[in-house]
Write a protein that binds this ligand. Structure first.
Ligand code: E4P
Length: 219
């Protein structure tokens, strides 16, 4: 499963990319708004593209298809790594079809049902982003949606990649891996929770204590 970092914070992105922990980045207008300030958002997207050599999802903010298509083309022209992120609306899917026909990769976002995921795939989406955590928030089991989409896509040989989104904790990641999601996007906090284990820390502490007590030399 490819791991994407769900943030527009370039220092977090560089840290994770330099450690080889991530395959790409997803952003959304809320994440961009947190860090963009007065900066030209296109410059920020470019900075992110230069920090990670992988798919970088950049979301349109227009709501009608004609404007979304223009925004999508402008975003795609910024860098080869840009994947244009589109909302799962009728206009979003029209835009998806139009951009796909020009060879532009798309990530259809805000997916909350398997039929929505089917329609996005029919429109040519490269990625579908089902939101796990936001379904959990309203008392559903978000992971059921990942399983349903996996089954539907496998039944019909659909190649759109399932990008498990709105991941809130490491168990979401484990379950998405077990189901066979193609990608998962998570905030930095969850990424580093995946890396840490108390037994790793305790084990390392004991190894170094033994070494220093009896040998104490650098290698
Ligand atoms: C996905 O592409 C979204 O940016 C993100 O995963 C949403 O997560 P949230 O529900 O925690 O805001």
């Amino acid at each position: 499963m490819k791991i994407f970092l769900d943030t527009a914070d370039v220092s977090e992105i560089r840290r994770a990319a330099e450690a080889g922990l991530i395959d790409g980045v997803t952003t959304n207008p809320s994440l961009m708004a947190k860090v963009a300030g007065d900066r030209d958002p296109k410059e920020l997207f470019l900075e992110i593209c230069n920090a990670v050599d992988g798919p970088i999802s950049a979301e349109v903010v227009a709501v009608d298809a004609a404007q979304m298509i223009s925004e999508g083309k402008r975003l795609a022209a910024l860098h080869d790594n840009i994947v244009v992120k589109l909302p799962l609306t009728e206009d979003g899917l029209r835009t998806c079809r139009a951009l796909t026909s020009e060879g532009i990769r798309t990530n259809v976002t805000l997916c909350f049902s398997a039929p929505q995921a089917l329609l996005a795939a029919k429109a040519g989406a490269s990625y579908i982003s089902p939101f796990i955590g936001r379904l959990d928030d309203i008392g559903h089991d978000g992971m059921d949606l990942i399983a349903e989409i996996r089954q539907v896509y496998d039944n019909y040989g659909i190649m759109t990649e399932i990008l498990a989104a709105s991941i809130r904790h490491p168990q979401h990641v484990v379950q998405a891996l077990m189901i066979g999601a193609d990608c998962g996007t998570m905030p930095p906090k969850v990424l580093y929770q995946l890396l840490k284990h108390p037994l790793t820390d305790r084990g390392l502490e004991a190894f170094l204590a033994d070494w220093n007590a009896k040998v104490g030399k650098e290698l």
